[in-house]
Design a protein around this ligand. Structure first.
Ligand SMILES: Cc1cc2nc3c(=O)[nH]c(=O)nc-3n(C[C@H](O)[C@H](O)[C@H](O)COP(=O)(O)O)c2cc1C
Length: 464
């Protein structure tokens, strides 16, 4: 049997992936329940592993102005996923929630609730947030540097897992004859004394159906990859090309052994988009049009300004890249979620060389460098490629990012999924009921375990 492909559906929000200028996109498309319901039902019809929500907590500001085309209008993750639990029965429900500004007790309780409501389909994408600008939302502007955000994320996940483990799996007996609801000494106390997470708590909720909701991690630095190796069940990566994907896959899976884990314990799922056509030429024509809608002039200018760290409003985006250099010493013109460039001079030099080689304008250059992995072609070609990438260990599957909300996944489910099923590399029916089962992950945790720095269930009180 070929290696099995795992697929998820991303609900992308308003950014440079979403063609919100399409006539099908209405002002309430990003917030109406019908949108989420359509994507979820389509994903479940296609037997996908899960639906995925990203998190955008604050509108980006650039040159002192709001950037209106980036992560606008993302509703609250828990509320959306809880509502979707009611209209789906097998699809996993994954939500991005940052570990920097949220508290482990609340996080554990919210994901346990989602896991209960959905009968074992919850997943938490643990992010650390890309900059401290978001902290002001929580009266914590500038809170924690990069290294400490990851340290906190690890401590938060470990505390959440201890909380999920604090009720014995068979704690609730609800015995009418004896009047006992919870079994004696079956609800433990969790005490953590980490550097950044220090709690003492006894959860009020029974153990989640999955034991632990699935943990996803998105973050690409060395610290991010290490956190994934240590605590995650899946990684949402941006390395979707064949070569980069294989290097990332080998790197992250290679880190697992030092935590006593095996390669199949962690699934690597890069983001990928797709554009289908009846012929290769039609698909090519479609993607060119889509890219021009995704990278409209304002998007192209904002992106280049992030690297140059300057006002480039006088530049024609259909003309050449600026000849002046990026400003590196000055304070950043951007606050909030944005592209980050470690060495702006080197990146500018690469972009200039690429633009010169291919004769690209600013806008064409941005189209070239901003895109994520895209499978473009006939359904047969797209199915071949996805399968080839997975079979050659560039990934364990993909988080699909449709460019149209909410109908963009329809044609993939109708035209590509059946071809993957014919190959035997994608399920024709769900064989399990929980997301952990869909992903082929081992069962999670147990009551009374001890973790480094975390004592779970260490004081289980008698039941009155
Ligand atoms: C593919 C991918 C998706 C991400 N999605 C989100 C998101 O939805 N919300 C968010 O706040 N951060 C998101 N992040 C940001 C990361 O969590 C992380 O905070 C950021 O990348 C900085 O960590 P790093 O230096 O390890 O990459 C994402 C990162 C990656 C690689």
């Amino acid at each position: 049997m070929p290696k099995q492909i795992h697929l998820a559906a991303h609900f992308p929000g308003v950014n440079h992936h979403t063609v919100w200028t399409d006539p099908s996109h209405q002002p309430d498309t990003q917030t109406a329940f019908a949108s989420f319901e359509h994507l979820a039902r389509t994903a479940e019809r296609g037997k996908l592993d899960f639906l995925f929500l990203a998190e955008g907590l604050r509108l980006r500001e650039q040159r002192g102005q709001l950037v209106d085309h980036d992560v606008v209008g993302r509703p609250d993750t828990y509320t959306v996923l809880a509502a979707l639990a009611g209209v789906t029965s097998r699809l996993g429900l994954a939500g991005t929630i940052n570990a920097t500004f949220n508290e482990p007790y609340e996080l554990a309780r919210q994901f346990a609730t989602l896991d209960h409501l959905s009968a074992g389909r919850a997943a938490w994408n643990v992010v650390t947030s890309s900059d401290a600008f978001h902290g002001a939302n929580f009266r914590r502007g500038g809170y924690l540097d990069h290294a400490d955000r990851y340290e906190r994320a690890r401590e938060v996940v470990e505390a959440a897992r201890a909380l999920w483990d604090a009720w014995a799996a068979d704690a609730v007996v609800a015995d009418a004859a004896t009047g006992v609801y919870a079994r004696d000494r079956s609800i433990g106390l969790v005490r953590t004394d980490g550097r950044l997470v220090d709690i003492e708590a006894r959860p009020t909720l029974p153990r989640p159906p999955q034991g632990h909701p699935v943990i996803i991690q998105a973050g690409d630095s060395d610290a991010g990859r290490e956190l994934a190796a240590q605590v995650a069940d899946a990684v949402f990566s941006r390395h979707g090309s064949l070569e980069e994907g294989r290097a990332f896959y080998a790197d992250v899976k290679g880190r697992l052994a030092r935590y006593g884990r095996s390669p199949e314990d962690l699934k690597i799922l890069p983001g990928a988009s797709f554009v289908l056509g009846d012929t290769p030429a039609e698909a090519e024509e479609r993607i060119r049009e889509i890219q021009r809608q995704q990278v409209r002039p304002a998007v192209a200018r904002a992106f280049v300004e992030q690297l140059w760290n300057r006002d480039l409003s006088d530049y024609d985006v259909d003309g050449p890249l600026p000849e002046i250099d990026p400003l590196v010493e000055a304070p950043s013109i951007t606050q909030g979620r944005a592209a980050t460039f470690k060495d702006p001079f080197a990146v500018a030099a690469t972009w200039r060389a690429l633009a010169a080689e291919k004769g690209l304008s600013i806008r064409e250059l941005v189209i070239e460098v901003i895109g994520r992995q895209s499978f473009v072609g006939t359904p047969e070609h797209v199915a071949d490629e996805i399968d080839r990438y997975v079979q050659s260990d560039a990934s364990d599957g993909f988080i699909l990012v449709p460019h149209l909300t909410p109908h963009g996944l329809d044609e993939f489910v109708d035209r590509v999924v059946p071809l993957l099923q014919e190959r035997g590399s994608f399920r024709t029916e769900y064989t399990g009921t929980t997301l952990r089962e869909h992903l082929g992950l081992p069962a999670a945790g147990h009551f009374g375990r001890t973790l480094d720095g975390v004592g779970a269930a260490d004081e289980a009180l008698p039941v009155a």
